[in-house]
Design a protein around this ligand. Structure first.
Ligand code: BEZ
Length: 214
């Protein structure tokens, strides 16, 4: 059978727009995400173990994400009825409510748009994708995980904090950066900037690797 080819969304692209049914009603994605950060994430299937641990992980941190001006949007290729039953079941069994909208992508329209359907892994279930979208609707960071490996919430939160810190302070973040750690000052772009850098009080390995505390 011939395989459909879809363009993979890339960092720096405008997040593709769509209209979809969710557990919170119909959503026009571009309208919903306007002015806030958004984490759009897919899971392979409702009522499956790894997905349940991940989705409850997102639900438990939803208020923290809200404080970080960030909306959560889940997705799987399941019906709205399945989503509603799963949300109810998780609330009953675990006392955790998934308040964020979960897209019922039964026709796979959104999964295809965001390359969440990766046929080498599964023809019928979305892989575990995470798209970080900024308040201007631009894709800023993408993660893809296979069906059998759960994501890491610490890394998802850290990535968001890093993106927001980089934007706010116009800096870059080094290996394993966490809030409170030193940040990287942009490398000089001219000889004059380089001279100024050498005479600055930044913590420096050399002029091209300078760190400061925010
Ligand atoms: C899970 O969430 O446990 C799962 C879902 C689909 C395939 C494999 C595992």
């Amino acid at each position: 059978m011939e395989q459909e080819i879809f363009t993979m969304p890339k960092i720096g692209d405008q997040a593709p727009d769509f209209e979809a049914m969710t557990t919170q009603g119909m959503m026009q994605f571009s309208e919903y995400i306007k002015g806030s950060w958004t984490i759009l994430f897919s899971h392979p299937a409702d009522f499956t173990p790894v997905c349940t641990t991940e989705m409850t992980g997102f639900a438990l941190l939803e208020d923290e994400f809200t404080k970080m001006n960030t909306k959560l949007v889940g997705l799987s290729i399941d019906s709205i009825h399945s989503h509603i039953a799963w949300v109810h079941n998780v609330k009953e069994k675990m006392g955790i409510l998934m308040k964020f909208p979960i897209i019922a992508d039964i026709d796979m329209k959104v999964a295809k748009l965001y390359s969440m359907l990766q046929p080498g892994e599964s023809e019928t279930a979305a892989v575990r994708a995470v798209f970080f979208i900024d308040p201007k609707g631009k894709i800023r960071l993408i993660m893809y995980y296979p069906l059998n490996v759960g994501r890491n919430m610490d890394e998802i939160v850290r990535s968001l904090q890093a993106l927001q810190t980089a934007d706010e302070h116009k800096v870059a973040l080094p290996l394993n950066w966490r809030p409170g750690d030193k940040v990287i000052v942009s490398p000089p772009k001219t000889v004059d900037e380089m001279e100024a850098r050498i005479n600055s009080d930044y913590e420096m390995v050399d002029f091209y690797l300078a760190m400061k505390t925010l």
